[in-house]
Design a binder for this molecule. Structure first.
Ligand SMILES: Cc1ncc(COP(=O)(O)O)c(C=O)c1O
Length: 373
């Protein structure tokens, strides 16, 4: 292969930047410190203490009786694993932006028959459209997916209502990509019959990257047992059976990140999911009000994300230059719009994890200053 990328030596000499991107986000100092410990073996009792604490605390924080897997991977792993574990043939993927589109790509790459329900970017997925589609066809879908928070457009999809619709289709499993939502936007997983919901630690959980969290219903676990083929690394059965027998992970985890996870989950339990979700709602509301003063809000009205705001650049600022100047002058980093279509047309502020309204105001003040708003 003739790859064009050349080595750019990592110098170690970089200024610290405050992250307002849609992940990774700011991590508490005591959580970072947890990672700097001597290693121990992943089959030692200490690992059982660590992993069972992490798993049970996550269940408590998320308020679910379903089973939890914390796997060394990023959230992407569970696009692949949930497809392999649950889908024989047909999967319905509503697409409303880049990440839901990528979910469809993953399933196609795995050889599944993917039907898309396509929405314009910025629009939200509607439960009635899913019901209409399912009722209009004789096809059986093993899985319907939905991205909870489409990070490319700042749309928060109504997964609760979609879950309620899917209760009427008991042989169809509901898989939710909540990568940029969970930890900052509460969803009652059990009440809305969500079979599989997953997230990455570097987003609203405010942890370092390296782990993916997946919540699995009994029905989804049973479904994998029926299938001839399933994921090995991301197999629900493999992770959950190993947990049940040994209280450990099936292969060597990223122990430093898991130590950080334990610490941060204690902070999250202290705050509680209601207060954490409320703090995110306040940050989102503040950001939208600020955006409406100077710009416009990109997502469809009423479906705005609680963790990532996508702002329509109606004031026609130079987005790339503003990002660069805010980074240079204030050491704050926020994001451009996603891909070439939205790159300059929108920009995104990640208000997730440990941020609060005050820290978001510091960013919006910096943007106002640099862009002369
Ligand atoms: C909605 C959504 N899904 C999936 C992903 C992929 O997550 P990861 O990079 O952790 O694999 C992202 C990443 O930004 C995302 O925002």
């Amino acid at each position: 292969m003739d790859l064009v990328t050349e080595k750019r030596e990592y110098t170690g000499d970089y200024p610290d930047k405050t992250l307002y991107i849609p992940g990774p986000t700011e991590v508490r100092e005591d959580v970072i410190d947890e990672m700097a410990q001597p290693m121990f073996g992943h089959r030692m009792d200490r690992m059982t203490d660590l992993y069972t604490t992490v798993v049970e605390d996550t269940k408590e924080f998320l308020g679910t009786d379903n089973e939890v897997i914390v796997l060394t991977a990023s959230g992407t792993e569970f696009w692949e694993a949930s497809t392999l574990n649950l889908v024989d043939e047909n999967i319905l993927v509503p697409t409303c932006g880049s990440f839901s589109e990528r979910h469809a790509n993953v399933a196609e790459r795995l050889g599944k028959n993917v039907d898309r329900l396509e929405y314009e970017w910025g629009e939200a997925i509607k439960p009635e459209d899913i019901r209409a589609h399912l009722d209009s066809t004789d096809k059986h879908y093993d899985v319907v997916t939905c991205v909870m928070n489409e990070s490319s457009t700042g749309v928060r999809n109504p997964i609760e209502e979609i879950g309620d619709v899917l209760k009427e289709y008991p042989d169809t499993y509901f898989v939710v990509d909540a990568v940029s939502a969970l930890g900052g936007d509460y969803v009652d997983i059990d009440e809305h019959d969500i079979d599989v919901i997953f997230a990455s630690t570097q987003k609203a959980f405010a942890m370092p990257p390296g782990l993916a969290v997946c919540v699995v219903s009994d029905a989804a676990y049973e479904r994998e047992l029926e299938k001839d083929e399933a994921s090995w690394y991301g197999g629900f059965q493999r992770s959950l059976d190993y947990y049940d027998r040994k209280g450990q992970t099936h292969s060597t985890p990223a122990i430093p990140v898991m130590l950080a996870y334990r610490k941060q989950m204690k902070h999250m339990l202290d705050e509680g999911h209601e207060a954490r979700s409320e703090r995110h709602r306040e940050m989102a509301e503040y950001t939208r009000e600020w955006a409406m003063e100077h710009f416009d809000v990109f997502p469809e009205d009423g479906y705005e994300s609680q963790t990532v705001s996508c702002i329509e650049n109606t004031a026609d600022i130079d987005v790339a230059a503003t990002i660069e100047a805010v980074s240079e002058e204030y050491d704050y980093v926020f994001s451009n719009g996603y891909g070439s279509a939205l790159g300059e047309k929108t920009f995104r502020i990640g208000h997730m994890g440990e941020h609060d309204v005050e820290s978001i105001r510091a960013l919006t003040d910096a943007i106002e200053d640099v862009a002369g708003l």
